[in-house]
Every structure is written in C-alpha cells, then in structure tokens.
Design a protein around this ligand. Sequence first.
Ligand SMILES: *[C@@H]1O[C@H](CO)[C@@H](O)[C@H](O)[C@H]1NC(C)=O
Ligand SMILES: *[C@@H]1O[C@H](CO)[C@@H](O)[C@H](O)[C@H]1NC(C)=O
Ligand SMILES: *[C@@H]1O[C@H](CO)[C@@H](O)[C@H](O)[C@H]1NC(C)=O
Length: 303
Amino acid sequence: MTKANGKMSSGFFLFSPWMLLLLELSTVFSGSEAAHAVKRFTGLYTGPYFDPTTTTNITTQLGTHAYLPCKVKQLGNKSVSWIRKRDAHILTVDRYTFIADDRFQAFLVESTDTWTLQVKYVQARDAGQYECQVSTEPKMSHFITLNVVVPKIEILGESDMFVKMGSTVQLKCVITQSLEEPAYIFWYHDGDRVLKYDKNAIDIRLDREGTDTTVSTLIIFHTSSEDSGNYTCSPSNLDSASVLLHVLNGEHPAAMQRGKNSASPIPGWSHLSIGLGLAACTPPRFAITVALTLAIISEVLAC
Ligand SMILES: *[C@@H]1O[C@H](CO)[C@@H](O)[C@H](O)[C@H]1NC(C)=O
Ligand SMILES: *[C@@H]1O[C@H](CO)[C@@H](O)[C@H](O)[C@H]1NC(C)=O
Ligand SMILES: *[C@@H]1O[C@H](CO)[C@@H](O)[C@H](O)[C@H]1NC(C)=O
C-alpha cells in the first residue's frame, strides 16, 4: 500500500482528502481495522478491483502510438473490454479486436496486471474518453481521457524575405507542441539539401527549448544572389515549412522577379530598382507597395 499511496496523489484525481487520510491510516495501523478501512473503500478484495494508481489522462502526439493502461487486480476469469465513449463502439474484449481498424489492439502485461489498449498512429479524431470495463456483475468501469497534440511548424517572419546582398541571414524554423523531438531537421534550398561544408558560409544550429519546442536556425553569411530561392525546413516526423529568400543586389530586380514569377506580370518592372534600396530594410509588403508606387510615378513622368 505504501508504494501505491506515493503515486496516488499525482495519478488519481477521484480521491477526496478524507479518502487519502483513510489510506494513510491504513499504512500506519496494520491490522484488521486498517484492512477493513481499505476493504470498505475498494470493497472488492473478494473480486476484481481497479488499481487506484492507474492514470486517467494520457497525452500523445499526433501520428505516434498511444498506450492506455487499465490495471485490474484479482481479475480472475473476468473479461476486460475497451469501449470508445464517442460512439460506444466496443474496441476490444480481452485479446480480441472488435473494430475494423487494426490500429486498435489490447494486450495484457501479467507482471503488472495491466490490460493496455494500444492505439497506433494516433489521429486527431482519436481524442476523447475510453472506458476500460470489467465483466463483473454489475460491470466495473475505469475511464481514461486521450489527448492528442498536433505539433506546429513555422519559419519565423514573412513568407517572402528580402535581404541585401552581402548581409547575413538567419532563418529560424520553430517546432512547437512536439512531445517527440524530431530525430533530425533538414534544410533544403530549391530542393537541394543544405549542408554546412564551410562553417564561415553556412551554419545550422539546433536547439531544444523546454519540453515541446525545437528550433533549427540556418545562418547564411555574406549572401549572394545564388542564395535566393525557396528554403524548406523539413523535420523527420512532421510536415515541412518554406520561405522564399530574395537577395537584392541593389541594381537588378532579377532575384525578386525569379521569386515572384508566379505573380501576374506588372508593367514597369524595370523601374523597380528605384525601390530596392528601401526594400532591403523595410517589411516586404510595404516595400513592394513603395516600389510599385515609384515605378508607376516614374512611368507617368516618362510620358
Ligand atoms: C490532461 O492532460 C492535458 C495535457 O497534459 C492537460 O491539458 C489536461 O488539463 C489534463 N486533464 C486532466 C483532467 O488532468
Ligand atoms: C469464473 O469462475 C467462477 C468460479 O471461480 C465460476 O463459477 C464461473 O462460472 C466462471 N465463469 C466463467 C465465465 O468461466
Ligand atoms: C518551396 O518548396 C517546397 C518543397 O519543394 C514546396 O512545398 C513549397 O510549395 C515551395 N514554396 C514556394 C513558396 O514556392
């Protein structure tokens, strides 16, 4: 009992303080009175009962496997079923799966009297309550809530980044709500893996912050026009994120046009260079507006 009590306060929320006190007493006074107190609480020493240390709340990352434990003592020849609360679907009875979805499977670990429901490749819609039911008369139930967290990935800043040729660029790829740290994070430049052959030209840093955040930083020193293009941050276990980098040489808007070639053609592109000085040090959308305005003005003046 002592061992159970230690875990109880953190794992089991159904205990009211007096119940805990009762159990505390039972560890102090061994003997018939204490045994009686415990017996009255579980009331089931003659048959199956749930181990009160069984967790009631499981949190899993999308796409990983979830394990929902159900600890039943003195099970005897009774059956253990897992039922999904959402639609009352019986998922498993003992070792048999009763749903046409082979992601669900139950197995017994005899050494701990635990019937565990395994949910493979957890999906967002798997979130919710699950009932572990023992075939006593009347039936006994233990409920577990499955929480599914979905990691988020983004490259900080605008999706189009404008920098002056020769400057240093940092692309920060931030992954949050990821309980499982990605095994690796690769960067791609227009589809080619970015490797740091020369630490003075390119550096890649990886940081784990807190329990659920991973940051990969790609640093490009002394940018040149060849550094323009699509940069993709691609973790081992998640979707990727991309940005378009535009390295501006202050003369030709070539880099900018290459990045924007899906946009509708705009007359007066050649006048854009007037705006480029501004573009290098202002937010992109504003810079584009300014550049276009200047282009139009100079077009009008030229007439
Ligand atoms: C269950 O765990 C999740 C995530 O850790 C937490 O947000 C939630 O509050 C917990 N729920 C209960 C009832 O403890
Ligand atoms: C379970 O065991 C009890 C006695 O231990 C017996 O009376 C009962 O018939 C058994 N039930 C099943 C379903 O085997
Ligand atoms: C960048 O490349 C990735 C991977 O090839 C692609 O999914 C994404 O759409 C591209 N982004 C842009 C803005 O072109």
